[in-house]
Design a protein around this ligand. Structure first.
Ligand code: PEP
Length: 251
């Protein structure tokens, strides 16, 4: 039985007072980590403080991106060692907004996945198709290709620890959720791809989230699907009450 993981992706939202208030309002109310993993993906400037403020609770703090290099002349970038050093435990890689606006590619996502494991960070790797790709029946091939490229060269144990997030781009921030059948169909396909590319054990262990306009009203139905092991949630993760409802649904 795979433990569900619910991650709230704040994107570029909140000032420090709002971020710390959110953690104060949620850290002692999230279900136990034995029932569900509750993760908040916060902007870089707040990570250190939020890690300290949530220490000793079941609320985990994640970064929304990182560079793959250890250190050096990469102005404006943040390294995996820096994230590990301040106590971050998860990192989102290859979010569609980073692929679209910041030149993230399958190759950089793969380098980042390797770098994450080298530093003991759990990667949440996003894949998903545009509306145009879905309408021209490319979804399954495209997502398979993204998954294989993202996981290339990782060990079986690392793949088992990886979290994949299937996020159809047409459903992100649009209010248009994939139906639970549509979402599960692709998540099942991803599990088959992992079985073929890595092993059946890895495919059974890897957790696959769905992301795209998930909210308290639709989360139960999505999480009830056979191959959906959690959710990556943008808009509906910004308010403490709503985030708590989402993590409770995963427990
Ligand atoms: C996301 O940020 O990954 C996301 C799925 O956003 P939203 O829930 O707002 O669609």
């Amino acid at each position: 039985m795979r433990k569900k993981v619910i991650a709230g992706n704040w994107k570029m939202n909140k000032v420090l007072a709002e971020a710390t208030q959110f953690v104060a309002d949620t850290k002692d109310k999230v279900p136990g980590a034995d029932k569900v993993e509750s993760v908040v993906c916060a902007p870089f400037p707040y990570l250190s403080e939020l890690v300290q403020k949530s220490a000793g609770t079941d609320l985990e703090i994640a970064a929304q991106n990182m560079h793959y290099e250890e250190s050096g002349a990469f102005t404006g970038e943040v390294s995996p060692a820096m994230l590990k050093d301040i106590g971050v435990s998860y990192v989102v890689l290859g979010h569609s907004e980073r692929r679209e606006y910041f030149a993230e590619t399958d190759e950089t996502v793969n380098k980042k996945a390797h770098a994450a494991f080298k530093h003991g960070l759990t990667p949440i790797i996003c894949v998903g198709e545009t509306l145009e790709q879905r309408e021209s029946n490319q979804t399954m091939d495209l997502v398979a290709d993204q998954v294989k490229k993202a996981l290339a060269g990782l060990t079986e144990d690392q793949v088992k620890e990886t979290i994949l997030a299937y996020e159809p781009i047409w459903a992100i921030g649009t209010g248009k959720t994939a139906t639970s059948e549509q979402a599960n169909e692709v998540c099942t396909h991803i599990r088959i791809v992992v079985a073929e590319a890595v092993s059946t054990d890895a495919a059974q262990a890897v957790r696959i989230q769905y992301g795209g306009s998930v909210k308290p009203a639709n989360v139960d139905e999505l999480l009830a699907q056979s191959d959906i092991d959690g959710a990556l949630v943008g808009g509906a993760s910004l308010e403490a009450d709503s985030f708590l409802k989402l993590v409770e649904a995963g427990a």
